[in-house]
Design a protein around this ligand. Structure first.
Ligand code: CA
Length: 228
């Protein structure tokens, strides 16, 4: 899950980035409207958190451009943040295609809850649970269980499992997995991905679920019942 935070207040941006990273998201930060517009057009995000009062291009314009791209078919959820509390701004933001609206100041747990709800809606539709054989993954609490027994996973393992579960039956490359784990400009090597996959695979073995290595391509969770 990859998020973009467009926010010019460095303290707030840093706090948000750290909180969301601790929740297992890969987070990129744009400090002004033009870089937000550029990043949103060159990368697909699972969610954009957009401050309205940005230097350069303002948040409304970033939103307008985002929704206009791809013939208006962009479905990236957008959570608008703003110090402006006027009803006009709220209505304007929602008319331009924002999915939710959070006035500043806000409590971090509330932001986290809204981020989860929006990402879930965009990614999973109505169902918050992913079932794969005996494994169940709760996309709200980001917890995995096997036969209703909780499975202990690190934040990175959760993130990789989620990516694999969303691509059941398709090969996921190491680069795609690495991308889910890193922020803009940071690098997680493919060696590290091999280590995480090794650990995840051991934990999933007990549930009779195998993560197949497709040599030279990446990893694959097979559809349940399709053999190994
Ligand atoms: Ca601002």
């Amino acid at each position: 899950m990859r998020l973009l935070i467009a926010e010019d207040d460095p303290l707030l941006a840093d706090g948000l980035k750290r909180t969301l990273e601790a929740n297992g998201f890969a987070v990129d930060h744009a400090p002004d409207g033009n870089s937000a517009d550029h990043m949103a057009s060159s990368q697909t995000y699972d969610l954009i958190i957009l401050d309205l009062g940005l230097p350069g291009l303002d948040g409304f314009s970033v939103l307008k451009r985002l929704r206009r791209r791809a013939g208006g078919s962009s479905t990236t959820p957008v959570l608008v943040l703003t110090a402006r509390t006027g009803l006009d701004d709220r209505v304007k933001g929602l008319n331009l295609g924002a999915d939710d609206y959070l006035p500043k100041p806000f409590a971090l747990p509330e932001l986290e809850a809204r981020v989860r709800a929006l990402v879930r809606r965009g990614k999973f539709g109505a169902s918050p649970q992913l079932q794969h054989g005996r494994l169940r993954f709760d996309t709200i609490g980001r917890r995995a269980s096997v036969d209703d027994q909780p499975l202990e996973l690190s934040a990175r393992e959760v993130s990789m499992l989620e990516t694999l579960l969303l691509s059941v039956g398709r090969v996921v490359s190491k680069e795609q997995l690495a991308e889910q784990l890193t922020g803009w400009g940071e690098v997680v090597g493919t060696n590290a991905i091999e280590v995480y996959i090794h650990r995840l695979r051991k934990k999933l073995e007990t549930a009779g679920i195998s993560v197949r290595t497709v040599r030279g391509l990446g990893y694959l969770l097979e559809k349940p019942g399709s053999g190994s």
